[in-house]
Write a protein that binds this ligand. Structure first.
Ligand SMILES: [Zn+2]
Length: 224
C-alpha cells in the first residue's frame, strides 16, 4: 500500500475501554506519519522537564487526583503548536468530556486545523466485557495479551520473556460494568456534540483488528 498523504486534520479516537482504539490509533499515526498524542505522555513529559505546567501537575498526580482540565489543555495547546503537528495529529483518549472538546475546537481553530475527524468505536457490550476480562499484561515487559483474542503460546506466560501474565485489578468482571457505565455517562454529550457537527463516524470495532483497520482507513480516505 502506498504511503498515505497528510490529512491535515486532527483525528480523534473515541470509544469505550476494550474497543481496540489504541491499536488502531497507532496504525493510523504510522501510515499517515502523524504524531500519536496522549495526555498521559504529555503529563509525564512536562513533569519530567519540570515545566511550569508540570510543576503544577506533579503534586496533584502524586495525590492520585485527576489533573484539572486547565492544566491538561495548556499541555495540549503547547503540544499541538509544535511543527510536527502542523499537518494534523492523532489523539487517543482525549477529549473525554464536552468542555474539553469545546476547548480543543478553539485550539484547532487558532491553528487553522478545522474540526477534528472523530472515529467513534462501537462494540457490543458482551464483546467488550470478554475483551476486558480476557486481558492479561506481562509483569516484566508490559506486553498485552488476551486469553480469547491473543493468547500466549504458553498459558500464563509472556511469549517474549516468559514473564508472568497478570490481570489488572480494573479489568476484573465486577469493576468492568462500572467502568463501561461511567464511560457512557461521560461521553454521551461528547458523541452528540460531534455528531451534531457532522464530523463523527461510527466504526464497528467488533471484528478482527485487520478488518477494523480497513474500515478506519476507508473512512480516512473518504475524509481527504
Ligand atoms: Zn513479557
Amino acid at each position: 500500500m502506498p504511503a498515505a498523504r497528510g490529512l491535515r486534520r486532527a483525528v480523534i479516537f473515541l470509544g469505550p475501554p476494550g474497543a481496540g482504539k489504541g491499536t488502531q490509533a497507532k496504525e493510523v499515526a504510522q501510515r499517515y506519519g502523524l504524531p500519536h498524542l496522549s495526555t498521559g505522555d504529555m503529563l509525564r513529559d512536562h513533569v519530567g522537564r519540570g515545566t511550569s505546567l508540570g510543576r503544577r501537575a506533579r503534586p496533584i498526580m502524586e495525590r492520585g487526583e485527576l489533573v484539572p482540565d486547565e492544566i491538561v489543555l495548556g499541555m495540549v495547546e503547547e503540544r499541538v503548536s509544535r511543527p510536527d503537528c502542523a499537518n494534523g495529529f492523532v489523539f487517543d483518549g482525549f477529549p473525554r468530556t464536552l468542555p474539553q472538546a469545546e476547548r480543543l475546537d478553539e485550539i484547532l481553530r487558532r491553528r487553522d486545523l478545522g474540526h477534528p475527524l472523530v472515529l467513534h468505536f462501537v462494540v457490543d457490550a458482551d464483546r467488550l466485557r470478554q475483551r476486558l476480562t480476557g486481558r492479561r499484561t506481562c509483569s516484566v515487559g508490559g506486553e498485552i495479551y488476551n486469553i480469547y483474542d491473543r493468547p500466549p503460546k504458553v498459558d500464563g506466560r509472556c511469549d517474549n520473556d516468559g514473564g508472568e501474565l497478570v490481570q489488572r485489578s480494573d479489568d476484573r468482571e465486577e469493576v468492568i460494568a462500572e467502568r463501561l457505565a461511567a464511560y457512557k455517562r461521560q461521553t454521551r454529550p461528547l458523541v452528540d456534540y460531534y455528531r451534531g457537527l457532522g464530523v463523527l463516524r461510527d466504526v464497528d470495532g467488533s471484528g478482527e483488528v485487520s478488518a477494523v483497520t480497513r474500515a478506519v482507513l476507508k473512512i480516512l480516505t473518504q475524509a481527504d
